[in-house]
Design a protein around this ligand. Sequence first.
Ligand code: FES
Ligand code: FES
Length: 156
Amino acid sequence: MPIELIVNGVRHQVDAEPDTPLLSVLRDDLDLTGTKYGCGEGQCGACTVLIEDTPTRSCITRLSSAAGKRVTTIEGLATGERLHPVQEAFLRVGAMQCGYCTAGMIVAGAGLLRAKPHPSDAEIKQALQGNICRCGTYPRIVAAVRMAAKNGALRA
Ligand code: FES
Ligand code: FES
């Protein structure tokens, strides 16, 4: 029996086993390839999506646990043509090198600002500590989230 997923505001009926990783469904069934496969073990954060506003590792989340909940991927953060403040800030600060961790970092940052619009640097670092950047871009990533908070993450 198909499982209902609500991704970026759109309802989908997914025909897959309940224990299929959410990440596979997003990438392979729904063609939302912005969310990346890194370690596949919940250790790197490349696959981070929001489930009901909470940053979640989609590689270790079963499809059945996301059923009927609001899932937001990197593709769902912008509002029409307007980027989410965290996306905008990443571009302005240049908070990426190879870019592999970027979607997960942005989604985790957006999740933090939804829960806490004005975090301290320590809170930003803590929120992103499970997201690995192999290129070592951490200082600029923290600066970008700080800038997004300043520029009004609340409007997103
Ligand atoms: S791919 Fe999910 S945490 Fe690494
Ligand atoms: S920019 Fe390369 S892994 Fe973060």
